[in-house]
Design a protein around this ligand. Structure first.
Ligand code: ADP
Ligand code: ASP
Ligand code: MG
Length: 452
């Protein structure tokens, strides 16, 4: 088969899909069932990256570090056992576990972002090694490919920004010639900077890797295989009334991902949109159930499509009497925010105050809001930080134009205290901040009102 004449598919398998040998076997069948699947992107086995983040970020005693390493080893070892412990793979896995251990005990691990990323990369490096071996054992010729040779990023450790041109160049040079010979099994989430230091793309970044490789290799489709049978009207873990959506537009999916639908990393749709690559989301355990196709033009564009929730939001309110007729205050605020690499989602302003929400997930690799940002802000205004909020977003189409769209949403949540409301800047969403304790009920009520 000549791949150059065939449409290429990239298949990405998430953490639960490669959690153990049984789950991996389901993925192998999915790969074998589509001859166009020439590149496979895998996440770390479920739980492993959380363990690694702990090693990278928490002050632990030597025995606590060892205990975390033991937990990781157990997960990997069980898969190796399932593969019948082939010698070569056993040795390669032992090498990876040793270099992981060296980093975990490195005296500067808590203070050096480059070491953290090197450590975090081990989850995907181990799972890809094991999954490539499984494919080979099943008679599907596969090669474990080091994503760092291709996925080039800047040096923002923890949140590397991909260099699209370089990635295309490297993928065409190093991956394309191999596609006829073997299925390339590579690591999601992991990249490298111009000095070849290991970087990562942010939590959940394997989806993004798959989309970037699909773009670079001009793939026709990109499949995201996970633990749900597609993208739903809301997170099926919040309400069992959530319904899978057969089709979504790029814009709708991008909006959902940005506003917390964890099933897709927020940047996944960018490469797909640039190159018009159709993206599929489905369950690796139940591929026969179909899934969601995310496409450029979809048949329907309803005013309400889905509800998302993003947890662990912080609301920062900045007050300055000087803002009255003051010029340049907003500029100064946003310069400080940008200098600290923080991204702001919702903003509301009044004459003397500006409130904004900032994502502050405790399990993130990149910078959270910290004392240094607050100190910088306090130099120009009074700062109040409030925690314990979730951001709820209704995603849809032409929302600012349709009559009654906003009131339809607000009437469903009239019992709750909303802290900030953003509507109108974008036709695809309406967002508001609610107390974290209320957010599940808010989503359920909204879902009932808009979709049931
Ligand atoms: P993976 O490890 O495969 O990348 P993730 O845990 O990152 O999987 O994403 C899948 C999860 O996303 C689902 O288990 C589900 O709980 C969550 N999720 C959130 N919002 C949605 C949604 N709208 N549709 C489907 N899943 C969603
Ligand atoms: N393993 C990484 C994480 O857990 C990347 C991913 O799974 O997409 O965040
Ligand atoms: Mg994910």
């Amino acid at each position: 088969m000549s791949v150059s004449n065939t449409s290429v598919n990239i298949a990405k398998f998430g953490g639960t899909s490669v959690a153990n040998i049984e789950a991996m076997t389901c993925c192998a069948k999915v790969v074998e069932n589509n001859k166009n699947t020439r590149v496979v992107v895998v996440s770390a086995s479920a739980g492993v990256t959380n363990h690694l983040v702990k090693l990278a970020n928490e002050e632990l005693t030597q025995s606590q570090i060892q205990a975390v390493l033991d937990d990781i080893t157990q997960i990997e070892q069980a898969i190796l056992d399932g593969l019948g412990k082939p010698k070569v793979i056993e040795e390669k896995l032992a090498d990876l576990l040793q270099s992981l251990k060296d980093l975990a005990f490195h005296e500067e691990i808590l203070h050096r972002a480059d070491l953290k990323d090197a450590l975090l990369s081990h989850g995907e490096r181990m799972s890809s090694l094991l999954f490539a071996e499984l494919l080979n054992q099943r008679g599907c010729k596969a090669q474990n490919f080091d994503a760092r040779k291709v996925v080039k990023t800047d040096s923002t450790f923890g949140q590397g920004a991909p260099n699209i041109e370089l990635i295309e160049q490297q993928a065409r040079k190093l991956m394309s010639p191999e596609l006829d010979n073997a299925v390339l099994v590579t690591q999601g989430f992991v990249g490298s900077d111009e000095n070849d230091a290991t970087t990562t793309l942010g939590r959940g970044g394997s989806d993004y890797t798959a989309a970037l490789l699909a773009e670079a290799l001009r793939a026709e489709t990109c499949e995201i295989w996970t633990d749900v049978i597609g993208v739903y009207t809301t997170d099926p873990r919040i309400t069992d009334k959530a319904k899978p959506l057969p089709e979504l537009s790029f814009e709708e999916a991008a909006e959902m991902a940005t506003f917390g639908a964890k099933v897709l990393h927020p940047a996944t749709m960018e490469p797909a949109l640039r190159k018009n690559i159709r993206v599929f989301v489905g369950s690796s355990r139940e591929p026969e159930k179909g899934g969601t196709w995310i496409v450029k033009d979809c048949e329907q564009e309803p005013p309400y499509r889905a509800i998302t929730r993003r947890k662990e939001q912080v609301m920062v309110t900045l007050t300055t009497p000087k803002m009255l007729h003051a010029q340049g205050f907003l500029g100064k605020v946003f310069t400080i925010i940008a200098n600290h690499n923080l991204s702001v989602d919702l903003v509301t302003t009044s004459e003397i105050a500006i409130s904004m929400t900032i994502d502050n997930p405790s399990n993130s690799v990149a910078a959270n809001i910290n004392q240094r940002v607050l100190d910088d802000l306090r130099e120009i205004c009074e700062v109040v930080v409030e925690e314990g909020f979730d951001l709820v977003t209704v995603v849809g189409n032409n929302m600012q134009a349709g009559a009654g769209v906003a009131s339809g949403i607000l009437s469903a949540v009239k019992e709750y205290t909303l802290r900030m409301i953003c509507f109108g800047a974008n036709p695809h969403n309406m967002s508001f901040l609610v107390g974290a304790d209320d957010s599940s009920d808010v989503v359920k009520d909204l879902h009932q009102h808009l979709f049931e």
